[in-house]
Design a protein around this ligand. Structure first.
Ligand SMILES: Nc1ncnc2c1ncn2[C@@H]1O[C@H](COP(=O)(O)OP(=O)(O)OP(=O)(O)O)[C@@H](O)[C@H]1O
Ligand SMILES: [Mg+2]
Length: 278
């Protein structure tokens, strides 16, 4: 008779930041968040979250609807400044600079830390203008030839150039949904960002368009830091190197992607990834 199998060890729980299981810091941070809280009026939407995002990584943020993923993502480029009643406290640094310091101009911050939304939102302008607009207003270039170069490079990086090079003067809104989303990513890239934030960028797209965006993200990671909110655990598993699991405004667990999905340490994470919750 084989000996009784030993009982599995109790879940190992490392606590670093208050309430978060796993290691929230990295050796080469591009963004560091410390003790971030967000309130909408009396509602406490993000509860004392500390988290780093590394150079050249894709961090996926997952969790049930309403847990604060979009709220936290918006903190990273001060988009909550535009939400009436929203109040952010704590410390968020990009390459060592506190982006909430008084005197920091938010316009260049939002170029350095670009955002791609759930619904593709091209400007009601030509494909060419969609890309050239940002570099022009952010003072990257005002020269038509240089701008054209930026348009071409940005569209090539997002794999869209061959599909649109003969119709650059046509409206961006006339492209397919997946093409529009790649146009929006190209528009974000055109202003030389360091970080790209994506809030459910594929939720309006079919599997083929989704696969193209995921491939693109994998390429972009070599040049940028990417933080993606997704409801698809398969997508998080495919594209990210680390995952952050949120629940009711708390950052519950942070881990490398494989560990989080195969060996979650917090019961709430396990319940969510096994479909028992959310
Ligand atoms: N503008 C707002 N005013 C008041 N409360 C808000 C506002 N935006 C979000 N909230 C609340 O803050 C909490 C977090 O919302 P958030 O949109 O960040 O969640 P989420 O995780 O992105 O959800 P989903 O997966 O549905 O997009 C929710 O309880 C939500 O109702
Ligand atoms: Mg959201």
């Amino acid at each position: 008779m084989s000996p009784a199998r030993p009982k599995p060890a109790r879940k190992k729980v490392e606590r670093e930041a208050r309430g978060t299981v796993g290691t929230t810091t990295v050796d080469n941070p591009r963004i560091t968040c410390r003790n971030v809280n967000v309130y909408y009026g009396d509602k406490h939407a993000i509860n004392d979250v500390s988290l780093d995002i590394a150079h050249n990584e894709i961090l996926a943020m997952i969790g049930p609807s309403g847990c604060g993923k979009s709220t936290f993502l918006r903190c990273l480029n001060r988009m909550n400044d535009t939400v009436p009643g929203a109040r952010v406290s704590g410390d968020i640094q990009l390459d060592g600079m506190n982006i909430y310091d008084k005197g920091v101009d938010v316009v260049p911050i939002r170029a350095q830390i670009g955002m791609v939304f759930q619904k593709p939102n091209p400007f009601p302008k030509s494909i060419w203008e969609n890309i050239a607009f940002g570099p022009r207003i952010h003072g990257v270039s005002n020269n038509k030839e240089e701008l054209h170069q930026i348009v071409e490079t940005s569209l090539k990086k997002t794999g869209l150039w061959d599909e649109v090079k003969d119709r650059l003067d046509q409206p961006g809104t006339g492209l397919s949904g997946g093409q529009q989303q790649r146009l929006c990513i190209a528009r974000t890239i055109a202003v030389n960002p360091e970080v790209i934030l994506m809030d459910e960028p594929c939720s309006a797209l079919d599997p083929i368009a989704t696969a193209k965006i995921e491939e693109l993200m994998d390429e972009l990671r070599h040049q940028y830091t990417i933080c993606i909110v997704t409801h698809s655990m398969q997508q998080a598993a495919r594209v990210s190197q680390r995952v952050a699991y949120f629940h009711l405004g708390d950052l519950i667990e942070v881990s490398d992607t494989e560990t989080l999905f195969t060996n979650p340490r917090h019961q709430l994470t396990e319940d969510y990834i096994t479909g028992r919750f959310g």
